[in-house]
Design a protein around this ligand. Structure first.
Ligand code: FPP
Length: 256
């Protein structure tokens, strides 16, 4: 390979696998989790679904702590999707209340532990006081470097890509971007996730084998791992198991 093609291939390989110096991808830098199964967990106990979501918050706490200990740089969790608006109003209210409660009760502890909080998703439809709490959490923790916790709330991958495309089109119309130069890099740069590496590993609990519109751009080359465990039962042992499975995967990024 020579010239432009070699340059392009080297650049693409670097972006897909940002570790340098020949270091193996033995440990994921970024784990993204679809926290599924709260409803079934509650139903199995004869309890309302909101009880399962509440137990899910504790599983989230355990998982954040374990991820920090295990040296994970970024943990993204899918807490509320744009499709979750189809749920009954009381369940939506319960999920909003849990996010409110989580930020209020855990922000100080997470901040002291060096966790940076970022929020992904549409702001429209989210109650104003929750938006204020999200902004406060992001601002208060912006200097933290131990781990980034990304909370995907009112999030949908397709809408996120559409928004980026709108902005690119706007800039192209204004003459700021040459349409001929638009490529995957351009789109990645217009997504809010441009500040952190793409997920290396996507985990879904409760046995379902779907991405459900979660980080669909960023997960193009992520390993996918499904646990039968329902989310409220997920924690450190399952995360350790996930790391062991990941270390045995052979990531080829389309190569051989
Ligand atoms: C999917 O389980 C889970 C959700 C839609 C919400 C996930 C939320 C949490 C784990 C707690 C909230 C955390 C914060 C910080 C807000 P499901 O309800 O679809 O379960 P099912 O498939 O068994 O019905």
């Amino acid at each position: 390979m020579a010239g432009a093609l070699a340059d392009w291939a080297a650049k693409a390989a670097h972006q897909l696998s940002p570790r340098t110096g020949g270091e193996a991808d033995a440990r994921p830098r970024h784990i993204a989790i679809i926290m599924d199964g709260n409803g079934r967990w509650a139903t199995a106990r004869g309890m309302p679904r909101a009880f399962g979501h509440s137990a899910g918050v504790q599983a989230l706490r355990n998982t954040v702590e374990a991820a920090g200990d295990l040296g994970i740089e970024v943990l993204t969790v899918y807490a509320f999707s744009t499709e979750n608006w189809r749920r009954p109003p009381d369940e939506i209210e319960a999920l909003f209340g849990l996010l409110r409660g989580f930020i209020r009760s855990d922000l100080t502890r997470l901040d002291r532990a060096g966790v940076r909080i970022r929020v992904l998703g549409e702001r429209e439809g989210v109650p104003a006081d929750i938006l204020t709490l999200m902004d406060q959490a992001e601002k208060q923790t912006e200097g933290n470097t131990i781990m980034t916790l990304v909370i995907a709330f009112n999030y949908g991958g397709q809408a996120e890509i559409a928004r980026a495309t709108q902005e690119i089109a706007r800039q192209a119309a204004a003459g700021l971007i040459d349409p001929e130069t638009i490529g995957p890099d351009t789109i990645a740069q217009f997504l809010p996730s441009r500040d952190w590496p793409n997920p290396d590993l996507v985990i879904r609990t409760s046995g379902e084998q779907r991405l459900s519109n979660f980080l669909i751009w960023q997960s193009a080359y992520a390993e996918f791992l499904v646990f039968d465990t329902l989310w409220p039962d997920f924690g450190r042992p399952q995360l350790e198991e996930a790391l062991q499975v990941f270390a045995k995967r052979n990531r080829r990024y389309g190569g051989v």
